[in-house]
Write a protein that binds this ligand. Structure first.
Ligand code: FA5
Length: 346
């Protein structure tokens, strides 16, 4: 005959059996199925409970308590097993995606823009000759940009630099030459500066941009001569275009800028074809790289420097153009588009 202790023992065994049954299961669905096998209407616990009716009424509550206990045990085992599965899955995910012991993936480090690299290099080259760096505002007065450089309002030279006006007397500077004026106003000679910076003109084609950069040079002292200008430029082209193999020459070709007298265009001998004629020098053997000249006494008068005592030279070159030549860039727009396929080459 079935006794209450038999039933209680059976129920307690079911708790242990259930734990063993779900231990190898790895998904919620099969765990729930196992739970139903034990606790469902036709489950093993129900089977045991069917025997309850055969017991004397006084013993039934004890078995009932044992049955409740095994139900709790099973529910708890289900919870724990499901939780363990979730934790294991998380750990597996983490292990797949994050191994903190691996060496870090190289992060593509940025680098300076080609124009910035070139600007810094230019400053370094001129520093070797004792030049220091001067700066001036990009939004500049008409007076510093034109008047003080001997380009009065009605002067045809204004047409050479199509200008963005901010107000009647305020412009976006069209060249770095106003820095000459600001420097001479602020410092007595001797002066030996370069002024790299952004300038603006109403210009737009493959070699001209509305915004571009120039580097200005200014030397003022007693006894400064054209030969000093040429010596500085010779040093500069042979340093900056060193990869062309050295021996580059400089030619000063008469030209006109109102603020210098005499004024010249600076040509360097074409190191690309060595004079035999190529696309870059248009078959002439010479490449124009900027303008220069001896500071006009009128300019000295505007800034209160005694032109009987002092002489000086100035030059101005386009940085984009110099870098285009050296690096074979054939459209000025590439500099400003921010396309990594271009930028990463330098
Ligand atoms: C000048 O701007 C004079 N201030 C240079 C100068 C300084 C002469 C000191 C004498 C003494 P120019 O307008 O030629 O000169 O410009 C100089 C250089 O700037 C040109 O050789 C060219 O390389 C570059 N440049 C001019 N316009 C543009 C443009 N729109 N885009 C890119 N580069 C330009």
């Amino acid at each position: 005959m079935t006794t209450s202790s038999d039933l209680i023992a059976q129920l307690e065994r079911l708790g242990g059996q259930f734990a063993a049954a779900i231990a190898p299961l790895v998904d919620e669905q099969s765990i729930r199925a196992a739970q139903a096998q034990f606790l469902g209407k036709k489950g093993q616990v129900s089977e045991v409970m069917k025997e309850l009716g055969r017991l004397p009424p006084a013993e039934r509550p004890l078995v009932g308590q044992a049955a409740n206990k095994v139900k709790d045990t099973i529910a708890q085992a289900v919870e724990e097993r499901l939780q363990a599965l979730i934790t294991a899955k998380r750990q597996a995910d983490l292990a797949r995606t994050l191994d903190v012991t691996l060496p870090a993936r190289p992060v593509g480090g940025g680098h300076l823009h080609l124009l910035t690299q070139v600007r810094l290099e230019l400053v370094e080259i001129f520093a070797e000759l004792g030049f220091s760096v001067a700066e001036g505002p990009q939004v500049e007065t008409d007076w510093h940009t034109f008047e003080a450089l001997a380009i009065p309002k009605d002067h045809p030279a204004r047409d050479m630099q199509d200008t963005f006006y901010i107000a009647d007397e305020i412009v976006l500077r069209t060249h770095t030459s106003p820095v000459q004026i600001r420097t001479m106003q602020a410092h007595p000679p001797p002066i030996r500066i370069v002024a790299p910076g952004v300038v603006y003109r109403r210009d737009d084609d493959a070699t001209h941009s509305p915004m571009f950069t120039q580097i200005e040079g200014l030397v003022v002292d007693e006894g400064v001569r054209v030969s000093d200008l040429k010596g500085v430029l010779l040093h500069f082209v042979n340093r900056f275009y060193a990869r062309l193999g050295g021996g580059l020459d400089v030619r000063l070709r008469p030209s006109y800028f109102p603020f210098v007298e005499p004024g010249v265009e600076i040509d360097m001998s074409c190191g690309f074809c060595r004079g035999s004629g190529c696309r870059l020098c248009k078959g002439t053997g010479w490449i124009e790289i900027g303008g220069a000249g001896m500071v006009d006494p009128d300019v000295f008068a505007h800034v209160g420097i005694d032109s009987e005592r002092y002489t000086g030279f100035a030059f101005g070159m386009g940085i984009e153009r110099m870098a285009m030549l050296r690096h074979g860039v054939n459209d000025i727009k590439f500099y400003y588009e921010g396309d990594l396929r271009f930028l990463d080459q330098f």
